[in-house]
Design a protein around this ligand. Sequence first.
Ligand code: PRP
Ligand code: URA
Length: 207
Amino acid sequence: MQTVVVDHPIVRTRLSVMRDETSSNAEFRAALRELSTLLVYEATRELPVTELPVTTPVGPTLGTTLANPPLLVPVLRAGLGMAEAAFNLLPESQMGFVGLARNEESHLPEAYMSSLPDTLAGRPVLVLDPMLATGGSLVHCCGLLASRGAADITVICALVAPEGLATVERSGLASRLFTASIDEGLNANAYIVPGLGDAGDRQFGPR
Ligand code: PRP
Ligand code: URA
């Protein structure tokens, strides 16, 4: 799996707002939206394009269009905060949904919904989830996508723990992962340290 840490001053400032425990829900959501725009921009750098003729007011030239726009898959709840940014950059894409909630005792993901096309063969997929902690949720999501034929999965996370990164790498399910930070590790509650807390609660309030 190719892992890219997007190192940019604006990425670092938005992540700092998200980490700051005094940021309001609205400030957190805005920072995640802006960070997602930058991460999706980087993650889509190599998307194949098709040339097409374009006529400007001055004359003909060649333009480009995306050859095979990816399916966008936010992982609910927290990934919802990345969906609008990704859709704005990729308006020709479609969107699927996977709903997972981590059990706070076992730290294992519990699936409560999915809404995906039946077949994903030949379709690149962009998975959106701000947090990769133990890796259980992401491996579950990528497994679901792979079972429908997805073979080209790009993951976008605001931040990741090394433990989760290793788990996703071992699964062999994702082709590449883009993030703003690889943090220190996990605490006893499987929260990322220093992390930013619970990304779902910080956007939407506690469950
Ligand atoms: C968070 C996050 C990931 C998951 C990461 O979701 O958005 O999906 O935890 O943890 P893992 O790598 O250990 O599986 P959560 O289960 O808290 O649900 P939420 O998005 O509804 O808050
Ligand atoms: N989920 C979160 O939202 N935050 C963490 O640190 C770990 C899992």
